[in-house]
Design a protein around this ligand. Sequence first.
Ligand SMILES: [Zn+2]
Length: 119
Amino acid sequence: MAGMRRIDNVGGLPLHEDGSAPPLRVNDLIQFLTDRKRSTKCPHCDWKGGWEIAMQDAADNDEEQGETANPCLQIFRTESLCGNLHTSTAVICPNCGHFGQIATYKLRQWKLGKETGDE
Ligand SMILES: [Zn+2]
């Protein structure tokens, strides 16, 4: 169907986080949202002040690497009826509570493209 694509594990990436890769962090998400030109306006209300990000407590992070200023993202699991597991992270509207999920495999694809790019 035109304009429709099947969700796929493009590039051999799993659709869900399985803990085998370094954790996704807040700075990854912010850079991804910026690169993809994702709006900071809420699609459901008149909020324009940016998103809250689902992040883990600093205590959960690897303080040895001084990463407390860049916390790991909270990862949510969604399982389909046929058993496919997807993971996502989330941005939340501070005004109306709209909870927007972002598939982690898109973040992984983006990171791979970045890491193999011309840096
Ligand atoms: Zn809102």
